[in-house]
Design a protein around this ligand. Structure first.
Ligand code: 13P
Length: 254
């Protein structure tokens, strides 16, 4: 089965609406969109509406960095799925390791967010990954499968088709250290095997699984050449139009 490569840029807490506009203009001037590679930007909430107005016709998709699981109400500071849809988002990250570590999001919360994204019609990008200690202790499989079981609880076969998984080893985020392409491949293979075991072979073949953690123009091609790596979730290197375009071009050459 063909899985369309997805290159997603998680901007984290960077860029104002004006800076977002500048990025979109520069990126769409330098990168020629192609159907084999889906390119997605994931700006802060405050830039989503502007981005949503600018992206039609550019081939760039839009995602949010988080969402809340309620539809509306007294939840100061939170943003509902339908608000994201109204800005033009089609994806939302859930369970990014920074949300889990800095904002104390636990697996039941991640699961509720993922289910809320699905029921609103958004495609969740579920982030999983191990810490350096877990990595050193040989607990990668244990950690990842625990997160998958908890975070995908209640997701049926049909809805799973809209889920993207991003494997982001926490020790590789923003550190300049990456998992080797073989290490990333092995863990992503393990995630696919888990999907096969808990859903079926068809679901495992179809689900897109990304790698994230210090993906740069210089290492993207090697990572993307692995058979089970279906794209990249890029942090720092997605902030400059040219470096993000180079990563997207590396995906085109796969
Ligand atoms: P870096 O690419 O900056 O390591 O960030 C990865 C990440 O967390 C993307 O979600």
């Amino acid at each position: 089965m063909d899985r369309t490569t997805l290159i997603a840029g998680n901007w984290k807490m960077h860029k104002t609406p004006d800076e977002t506009e500048e990025f979109i203009r520069e990126f769409s001037g330098t990168y020629e969109a192609a159907p084999e590679v889906e390119v997605l930007i994931i700006p802060p909430f405050t830039s989503l509406e502007r981005a949503g107005k600018l992206i039609p016709g550019t081939g760039i998709g839009l995602g949010a960095q988080d969402l809340y699981f309620e539809e509306e109400g007294a939840y100061t500071g939170e943003v509902a799925p339908r608000m994201l849809l109204a800005c033009g988002c089609s994806y939302a990250l859930v369970g990014h390791s920074e949300r889990r570590a800095l904002f104390h999001e636990d697996d039941p919360t991640v699961n509720r967010k993922l289910l809320a994204a699905l029921s609103a019609g958004l495609s969740p990008i579920l982030c999983v990954g191990e810490t350096l200690d877990e990595h050193r202790a040989g607990k990668v499989a244990e950690k990842i499968t625990r997160q998958l079981s908890a975070d995908l609880a209640g997701v049926g076969r049909e809805d799973l088709k809209r889920v993207v998984i991003a494997y982001e080893p926490i020790w590789a985020i923003g550190t300049g250290e990456t998992a080797t392409p073989e290490e990333a491949q092995d863990t992503i293979r393990l995630i696919r095997a888990w999907i096969e075991e808990h859903y079926d072979a068809h679901a495992a073949e179809g689900i897109r699984i990304l790698y994230g953690g210090s993906v740069k123009p210089g290492n993207a091609a090697a990572l993307l050449s692995q058979p089970d790596i279906d794209g990249a979730l890029v942090g720092g290197a997605s902030l400059q139009p040219e470096s993000f375009a180079q990563i997207a071009r590396a995906a085109l050459d796969r």
